[in-house]
Design a protein around this ligand. Structure first.
Ligand code: AOS
Ligand code: ZN
Ligand code: ZN
Length: 386
């Protein structure tokens, strides 16, 4: 098995994009809890994202969500982010919080509503021009609750037309990334429920259209790493929305519910070339911190990704291939598990110190006074939700 020393340089380019909404208050349909220090402005969200990067060296970009993060001057917001030491990343559209979208957005039967949804995405593209963002991420709440409620097939056709209208406006260096989700908020059918549908839709658009894989958006027991392998094989894995789930789209801290799954995913990412610095795969978090503090929640998340990436890089691929080739079932499995069971935490702490980072970002954050400062300073105004 390779030593940590041997793989450590490959950790240098790791970059995980954090979502602006992770810093806002969030909750469930039962309750959104407020918490001291929660940002009241987009700038405060970006400042918190920048803190995660300062303590970990892992999170140089923050994804925005429109209209939650709408501002008048995006050039100024981009400059503010740069001052804080981060860049603006993916722009996420939103066609799920406006009454007009009750029965759908890009798939709606009414052309007026469809046009409104398309125009919202064109506005997102303008924001990308102003912020230098590369990816437009589209997640649709579209679907239906009752059999017979909607014509599922025409909705696929309308989705293809709407996406084509958006795709036509992409600049050469911009991408459209389509996210799928098995259910919720629609419970009978969802218009982009799975990777197959997302793939078919993006393949019809062209080379700049990709699929986003949110780890929480599958049926229980789905082999998510297989989907990773397949999308990478086809050159269509645009991004991850990382999170953990026990039941459905729980949006918990990535690597907390099932670190082994995260390891298996990262192994396939490495195996398929998705970890190369120029692979084009964006590694984003899509999480909410409902009961835990938000900044430590994000720090824990990026560290979990780093830890499982390290272990995935340590799989002895030569021995693995030899065992596979020899038909040595349990030998191959053992090679795989050896890397998973390797504790790299002390090595990672030392690695951080050699790069001027705190050995324990969690402890360093707790001792930094940042949390106390924002809790004392951010009084008055309105805390942001999501
Ligand atoms: C929704 O379930 C999806 O995961 C979205 O990616 C995202 O959580 C939503 O757009 C909120 O930002
Ligand atoms: Zn997501
Ligand atoms: Zn989700």
């Amino acid at each position: 098995m390779p030593t940590f020393e041997q793989i450590s340089q490959q950790l240098d380019h790791q970059a995980i994009e954090v979502p602006s909404w992770a810093y806002g208050n969030s909750g469930t349909r039962f309750k959104v809890f407020g918490s001291a220090g929660t940002p009241r402005t987009v700038q405060e969200k970006i400042a918190d994202a920048a803190a995660v990067h300062r303590f970990t060296g892992l999170a140089p970009k923050v994804a925005l969500h429109i209209p939650w993060d709408k501002v008048d001057d995006y050039a100024a917001l981009t400059a503010y982010a740069a001052e804080q030491g981060v860049q603006i990343g993916t722009i996420n559209s939103n066609t799920f919080q406006d009454d007009d979208y009750k029965l759908g957005g890009l798939t709606h039967h009414d052309p007026v509503i469809r046009r409104k949804a398309i125009d919202h995405h064109l506005e997102c593209l303008q924001i990308m021009d102003a912020t230098g963002s590369q990816d437009l991420k589209i997640w649709l709440a579209d679907g239906s609750n009752y059999p017979g409620q909607a014509d599922m097939r025409s909705r696929q056709d309308r989705l293809a037309e709407s996406l084509a209208a958006i795709y036509a406006e992409l600049k050469d260096d911009q991408r459209l990334v389509l996210e799928y989700k098995i259910f919720e908020p629609a419970f009978y059918h969802t218009d982009v429920p799975d990777w197959g549908t997302a793939l078919v839709q993006v393949q019809a658009l062209g080379e700049k259209a990709m699929v986003c894989l949110d780890t929480g958006h599958h049926a229980p027991s789905t082999n998510v790493e297989f989907i990773v392998a397949q999308l990478l094989r086809l050159g269509r894995l645009g991004s991850f929305d990382f999170n953990s789930r026990f039941y459905a789209d729980d949006d918990l801290i990535v690597g907390s519910a099932d670190p082994f799954q995260l390891f298996r995913i990262m192994f396939e990412v490495v195996r398929g070339g998705g970890y190369a610095a120029d692979s084009g795969v964006a590694f984003m978090l899509d999480q909410c911190h409902n009961v835990e503090k938000k900044i430590p929640g994000q720090i824990r998340s990026v560290l979990n990704v780093q830890e499982m990436t390290s272990r995935a890089l340590m799989v002895d691929t030569e021995s693995l291939a030899a065992a596979q080739q020899a038909g040595d079932v349990l030998g191959a499995h053992e090679v795989f598990m050896d890397a998973f069971y390797t504790d790299v935490r002390a090595d990672l702490a030392a690695w951080r110190e050699t790069r001027g980072l705190p050995a324990s970002p969690m402890r360093a954050y707790a001792e930094s006074g940042y949390q106390e400062t924002i809790e004392a300073d951010r009084v008055g105004g309105t805390q942001l939700s999501w």
